[in-house]
Write a protein that binds this ligand. Structure first.
Ligand code: FES
Length: 580
């Protein structure tokens, strides 16, 4: 355990509370206005619980109640908790896309922590963008912080088969469109697959990101896999509250332990989980806030030769509850010890190596079905393929473990859609000129073009091909794809079309070539032809935007840079607000 470095007078909150002046009198007075006694806040660390609960955030429906458990732990350890509601980004409900608001949550988190008398923070999130949003903000604020994941929802079954959020919605939808599923059954499925509060129970973006954050050292060991509705989840919340108080006294702030090796531990976990492609963007953004300059090529390098060990949808065939029974993330990381930096520090004050040793010394669950050993992986291939070529000079990604092997090396004729509206209007037309070898291309789905880079990248298979039994095609876009989805989808093409990337120049009928093993994505056009098309290309007019969206469009970086704002990326020593 690190030494206690701070005394009461060193606490940040004491700047607000301790001085014998009129301003501090007002601070103490206003806390007493809420019924607090002087003794409750004058001699204790003040802990902010940044909670992304809301009534319209189904994955976080239990988080208001869980905040009470966090408070219990804080009080037990001698801290004083204050709950701070923050923007709640329920993935499915928020339009046009939660991605556009990830940076707003990061700003809100940073400014909440900076502007208030907070000594340490508990970050409560889990639904996709809440995890990176909270952590990016907390890294910039650089106060001791601990992440409390919402936990995955419970498993469900349909007709005797396990069904998981997102992944099976897509499977059932394709069967419904193909005419293989009657409407009453389709409607009955609205009440299935999302059985209880908690994050998606597949290895979508939520569980990928919370697991990466755990592997980086920001949660208590094993926290991310605990099902939301398990009483162990409530106990983890209380334990996290208890621990943050110790972190404040130890001054265990992110800048003391968030280093490149911790980021690389997160990448190793990401690959072995068969995690979401979205994590490539978020991991780069999180690393950037911690002053770790991370590129797609480095993710590919660190992730090379790490097979998928988690047998969880969409790369595998099980759900997060099974992953938990198999030992959760500590069991997975135990399989990967030779690839991890075991001396990285975690929020519990111990190294990753210490934490894994403690896990292994306990009653380690054995379930090779959900977490495979290295000699029996789910797939040998990487969970993330990084591509470059004349169609993606700054990079693009694909998830080979959730793609069709026969399409990973493919050459086909492009069918290009300029917008999501155009695609929706045409994709199911009976006379659409398309076959199973066609490459569907969507542009205008990037950070600037959409704007906000929505999850449009899993373009629908045309109805006439579904009816003919086709279930996958090569699809390419500058958009993202839900982490719960699957298919041979090249995503995050950068630079995006709206920023003048080569994706803007291709036309229906051009031949596109993908070679995942070689890391290539090219359009078979000469340099001269591409140059001539660029001559006549004009940037699409920017849609009229106001407020935050205008700020976003003007300052968002491309996918290979993490889509952070250009004025927020990187680390600067936090500047304390003056107290007047
Ligand atoms: Fe919230 Fe999937 S919709 S985690």
């Amino acid at each position: 355990m690190p030494d206690k470095l701070k005394q009461l007078a060193d606490l940040r909150s004491q700047r607000w509370l301790a001085p014998d002046d009129m301003r501090s009198f007002a601070h103490r007075q206003r806390l007493q206005q809420m019924g607090l006694r002087r003794e409750e806040f004058m001699t204790r660390p003040v802990i902010g619980i940044v909670n992304t609960w809301s009534d319209l955030s189904p994955c976080h429906a239990h988080m208001r109640e869980r905040a009470e458990a966090v408070k219990r732990g804080i009080l037990m350890a001698g801290g004083m908790p204050f709950e701070l509601p923050a923007m709640s980004l329920g993935e499915v409900m928020v339009k046009p896309t939660t991605m556009i608001y990830r940076n707003l949550l990061a700003i809100e988190t940073e400014e909440l922590l900076r502007s208030l008398p907070i000594d340490g923070a508990v970050l409560m999130g889990g639904c996709d963008k809440t995890t990176p949003g909270l952590l990016m903000g907390a890294l910039s604020a650089d106060l001791p912080c601990i992440f409390v994941p919402a936990g995955p929802m419970l498993s469900d079954r349909h007709r005797g088969q396990v069904v998981g959020a997102g992944t099976h919605t897509k499977k059932f939808w394709d069967e419904y469109v193909a005419g293989n599923l009657e409407q009453p059954e389709w409607i009955s499925l609205e009440a299935r697959m999302t059985r209880a509060p908690g994050t998606c129970n597949t290895m979508g973006t939520a569980s990928t990101m919370t697991s990466i954050v755990e592997a980086m050292g920001f949660t208590l060991p094993g926290a991310t896999s605990i099902p939301a509705m398990d009483s162990a989840h409530t106990r983890m919340c209380s334990a996290s509250g208890e621990r943050i108080v110790g972190m404040v006294w130890e001054d265990l702030k992110p800048s003391r332990f968030f280093i490149r090796a911790a980021v690389e531990n997160g990448i190793v976990a990401y690959m072995a989980l068969g995690g979401s492609t979205n994590a490539a963007i978020h991991t780069i953004a999180i690393a950037g806030r911690g002053n770790v300059d991370l590129t797609l090529d480095e993710i590919a390098r660190v992730g090379a030769n790490i097979p998928v060990l988690a047998d969880v949808f969409p790369s595998g065939a099980r759900l997060m509850e099974d992953f938990y029974y198999a030992g959760g993330l500590p069991a997975l990381l135990s399989e990967l010890k030779p690839r991890l930096s075991l001396d990285c520090m975690s929020v519990n004050g111990k190294t990753l190596g210490d934490n894994l040793a403690a896990f292994e010394a306990g009653q380690r669950p054995q379930n090779e079905d959900a977490i495979r050993p290295l000699n029996n992986p789910v797939t040998e291939g990487a969970a993330l393929g990084v591509l470059r070529g004349n169609l993606a000079p700054s990079g693009a990604v694909i998830k080979p473990s959730a793609a069709s092997p026969h399409l990973l090396k493919h050459r086909g004729r492009a069918l290009v859609f300029d917008s999501i509206a155009e695609m929706n209007a045409q994709i199911h037309a009976p006379d659409l000129d398309v076959d199973a070898d066609t490459v569907l291309v969507l542009r205008g789905g990037g950070p600037i073009g959409a704007p906000g880079m929505p999850e449009w990248g899993n373009l629908p298979i045309p109805k006439k091909l579904l009816a003919a039994g086709v279930r996958d095609m090569l699809r390419i876009s500058d958009a993202r794809m839900s982490g719960t989805h699957y298919g041979t989808c090249v995503l995050h093409v950068a630079p995006e079309a709206a920023a003048g990337g080569p994706l803007a120049l291709i036309r229906t009928g051009d031949i596109i070539e993908l070679d995942v093993e070689a890391g290539r994505l090219d359009v078979l056009l000469s340099v001269e032809e591409l140059a001539s098309r660029r001559e006549s290309w004009r940037a699409p007019p920017k849609a009229r935007q106001r407020g935050y969206i205008r700020l976003y469009v003007d300052h968002v970086t491309q996918a290979d840079k993490g889509c952070d704002f250009d004025f927020l990326a990187g680390f600067e020593e936090p500047v304390e607000p003056p107290i007047f």
